[in-house]
Design a binder for this molecule. Sequence first.
Ligand code: SAM
Length: 320
Amino acid sequence: MERKSEILCFEVSQEHPTIPKSEILAVTHGEIIEEYPGVLIVKVENPDYKRLQELGMCYRVSKILGSGDFHDICEISEEIPLSGSFRVRAVRKCEDISSSKVEREIGRRIKKKGLKVDLKNPDFEIRVILTDKCHLGIKLFECARKEIIKRKPHKMRFFHPGVMLPQFSRAIVNISEVKNGEKLLDPFCGTGGILYEAERIRMRTFGVDVQPKMIFGARKNILGELVIGDAKKLPFRDSSFHAVVSDFPYGRSSSLSDEQEKLYSEALWEIHRVLKDFRRAVIVTNRDIKELLPPLFRLEELHKHRVHKSLMRYFWVLRK
Ligand SMILES: C[S@@+](CC[C@H](N)C(=O)[O-])C[C@H]1O[C@@H](n2cnc3c(N)ncnc32)[C@H](O)[C@@H]1O
């Protein structure tokens, strides 16, 4: 199959400085060309638009048609082979040029070709990203983020405090590199917040929780296979999952109790055992667990997120 590469612009949430980039790279395996707060320009081979629409930390994706100085993109705008109505939106990141001037000038040139301006509901939207260069793109789609963030955890059929926001759950499912129809396990599944996001993107979900009330409750939220059990002794065969994504139970004190250290350590070995070779586990904790990681895991990324004064979340991206 001929490989088709595209330069895509991802306009991302700034609620975390590194997770949106990690999510995009896990889904695209692309190459970063430019990076600004809120914007990533990435070269992607054979992009899968449907999967990109499912990013949790991205607002919208545009295809870059050309880059250069303002004069260059004005010329490129006259060559775009489109018909129907349009609007132009400029996103200013650091170029000294005013976005309204850019919108007016590019709009004027496209209009000259007989196209109609429609600011409310256009057939297509031209997006100009102004970094230290000017990038001219056409918007491909808005991502599902708006719907994802509407799913407040307390509005799920079954709720228990301590659930991560759905956009973070979606992002870490994507960071696990799980693909359509593959098996994803959460061995501390609680209400099923992570599994819920995985099901929305067609993964086969498996959850374990030691508390029966959590498993009975989670069954109201998700369709996957849910088992009452202990993460220290998972009821699954070796190498049976394509990904493990989990938010570990948090201890209250700032240091690990012996009991919690035993739980974390044994659960990590079990996760290692049930995960397929070369696949990823994404683990969320509220403390540093580097010393507990089984030696055969490679730590690929660590993202820290200060949720509030007394809660720092650590996102461990591990490869078996
Ligand atoms: C931070 S919560 C998980 C929250 C979850 N992501 C959600 O969406 O609700 C941790 C969960 O681990 C469970 N848990 C604690 N010890 C466990 C063990 N040994 N084995 C399995 N689950 C355990 C708790 O019952 C709790 O539901």
